[in-house]
Design a protein. Structure first.
Length: 366
């Protein structure tokens, strides 16, 4: 079942409000829809979310690398020859989001070819995941109002608070207001997106001790090697590596150097193949993992829940699956539903990301 054609379609959908965090802010989802066509008429689908301020990839770079570099080399290969396809992509360094999307689209095509849901092919542990919702930079009372609303409407009981602001008191206050307003049974964890130094992160942990925070993600730049190692050694909660670990090799570096003791897996930058390697590395070492979100659309969130629900280790913590709620629209023909704080996988061959062609025609940018 050979690959006949690959599409990389740029599109743009506005957010309902600007999403702000330490490494930048976004107003519009300027993404790339990847479609892998086989000679048998199967179409594998995935979404590529550029994050230039984090990984250096843009909408233009993703489209170019997929169509002009990867495409000519993988067209004609069998979709089941995943290692050959991966070898092609590995010849080009970086470009992790482009590689991840192409990998997911190929897995989607494989699932359709063998008439099996991809979450079953990957492991089939369960059919849904608990949802964690991201709270961005806003005044503390507005954050609490948002969290209470999401809890009431969707049953969400886990929230990631974006931090990394200065003065530190802004985020410390947000932690306290959320804990007091949400109660003890709601999980709150932090993500600084490299916004602080390691010493600043330690001060925040000192001042928020007793609030029951469960994790601190990417508190500072991983290049701050010695101070970050000291932070990991002294922190009462896990320090999660995210932007610093897009590949399995990066995960090994951070864990072995003491730069982190938990890992965030994002299918948007690893696809399903490398995410499987990262998960195996972490479970073998007894390291906790989370399923992260790259401000994904519903297509991207469906990919995350497909991988996350497939494995026992990735279901222990709520997955970041709900940021599509901050979008004004989406391309998915059959929208995702959050019910009782959970999102279910699609029990259809492949990943199940059917596209609304009318919406794609409206939002595409080429």
């Amino acid at each position: 079942m050979k690959i006949a054609r690959i599409e990389a379609i740029p599109y743009a959908i506005p957010y309902t409000h600007p999403l702000r965090f330490a490494s930048g802010e976004v107003h519009t989802a300027d993404h790339v829809l990847i479609r892998v066509h086989t000679e048998d008429g199967i179409i594998g689908i995935a979404d590529a979310p550029p994050r230039p301020y984090t990984y250096g990839e843009t909408q233009t770079s993703i489209r170019t690398i997929v169509q002009d570099v990867f495409g000519p080399q993988v067209i004609g290969l069998d979709i089941f020859d995943r290692e050959k396809i991966r070898q092609v992509m590995d010849r080009t360094i970086h470009n992790q989001v482009a590689k991840g999307a192409l990998d997911i689209a190929i897995w989607d095509a494989i699932g359709q070819a063998v008439k099996t849901p991809v979450h079953k092919l990957l492991g089939g542990f369960t059919d849904s995941m608990r949802v964690s919702h991201m709270l961005g930079f806003r005044p503390a009372e507005e954050l609490l109002e948002e969290a209470l609303g999401f809890g009431e409407q969707y049953g969400i009981t886990t929230f990631k608070l974006k931090v990394g602001r200065r003065p530190l008191a802004l985020d410390i206050e947000a932690c306290r207001v959320l804990r007091e307003g949400l109660g003890e049974n709601v999980e709150i964890y932090l993500d600084a997106n490299r916004g602080w130094t390691a010493n600043e992160a330690m001060e925040v942990l000192r001042q928020t001790e007793g609030l029951g925070l469960t994790m601190l993600e990417e508190p500072c730049d991983a290049k701050e090697t010695l101070s970050r190692k000291r932070l990991v050694e002294r922190s009462p909660i896990p320090i999660v590596a995210d932007e610093s670990v897009p590949t399995a090799g990066d995960v090994s570096r951070e864990l072995l150097s003491g730069g982190a003791n938990a890992i965030c897996i994002k299918t948007a930058r690893s696809g399903f193949t490398e995410a499987t390697e990262i998960l195996g590395l972490c479970t073998g070492l007894g390291v906790d993992v989370t399923m992260g979100n790259q401000i994904d659309t519903q297509i991207g969130s469906l990919a995350t829940v497909t991988f996350g629900a497939a494995h026992q280790a990735t279901t222990r913590k709520a997955g970041e699956l709900s940021n599509f709620l901050d979008m004004t629209d989406d391309l998915l023909a059959d929208p995702l539903v959050i019910k009782d704080g959970r999102i279910s996988v699609r029990s259809v061959p492949g990943v199940g990301a059917g596209i609304d062609e009318t919406k794609l025609a409206h939002y595409r940018q080429d």
